[in-house]
Design a protein around this ligand. Structure first.
Ligand code: ADP
Ligand code: MG
Length: 225
């Protein structure tokens, strides 16, 4: 209980800071990324395009950090819209494919369900998927496969799983990973999973995972229909 209270105080302090800063950081960042993209298209040598890819991916990381902060700052309640969830899933997979290529990974979609209408906040759910795929890619620094699967677990529950064949987690890590600011990464903020957890909780769903050190990790999202 004590831990919970400290956590929510942290959230509100960060929230105020994030609201002010995020906007100011994101706009110039987006424009810089646009110009890097243009330069990338005109690059004349392999090393030139390599450097520009690196710059782009580092900027994307920065943008992700800002997004994480904004998400923490937002009041929880989802802005629900009618969405065909398979479209959202495929969009997100496509969006993350360039990121995957940078570490010689692939994202395979086993989205076998058809045209399932859901009332969810598409921006928030996309954010969850991006965070989980990002973590999966980061868990496989030498490349590998991220699998995205979907199924109707029962008529009332839509299930999405994201699995990787990466470094996995120890039991100690598994106990900690949902806490804000827990990270094992040098440049990590540790806000991704706690944000995902909050978003899915606000959708009255469930976020769970299994992991084996050295083998891989599988996250499961259950969304009520
Ligand atoms: P960050 O990615 O900034 O570290 P997250 O909240 O997204 O923060 O993740 C917290 C920690 O959970 C990570 O630092 C890592 O130790 C662990 N983790 C999350 N996803 C995975 C995964 N797919 N495989 C292995 N470890 C993971
Ligand atoms: Mg993360």
């Amino acid at each position: 209980l004590e831990k919970q209270i400290i956590t929510s105080e942290k959230f509100s302090a960060i929230g105020k800071l994030a609201a002010g800063l995020a906007h100011e950081i994101r706009n110039p960042l987006t424009s810089v990324m646009g110009f890097i993209y243009l330069l990338r298209e005109r690059a004349k040598t392999e090393s030139e395009s390599g450097y520009l890819d690196l710059i782009y991916s580092e900027l994307e990381t920065m943008k992700q950090l800002v997004s994480d902060f904004v998400m923490m700052a937002k009041p929880g309640s989802p802005d629900r819209k009618d969405v065909v969830i398979e479209d959202l899933l495929r969009d997100t997979v496509r969006f993350m494919e360039s990121q995957a290529k940078l570490s010689s990974s692939t994202i395979t979609d086993y989205i076998l369900t058809e045209e399932t209408p859901m009332r969810i906040d598409p921006i928030q759910i996309k954010q969850v998927l991006i965070n989980l795929i990002q973590n999966a890619l980061e868990a496989m620094p030498d490349g590998g496969e991220v699998k995205i699967e979907s199924r109707l677990a029962n008529p009332n529950s839509y299930q999405i799983t994201i699995s990787d064949e990466g470094i996995g987690m120890t039991d100690d890590e598994m106990r900690e990973v949902m806490n804000p600011f827990f990270t094992t990464k040098e440049a990590g903020l540790g806000l991704g999973l706690s944000t995902c957890y909050r978003i899915i909780e606000n959708h009255k769903g469930k976020l769970s995972f299994t992991s084996q050190k050295g083998r891989g990790t599988k996250f499961t999202i259950d969304l009520p229909r």
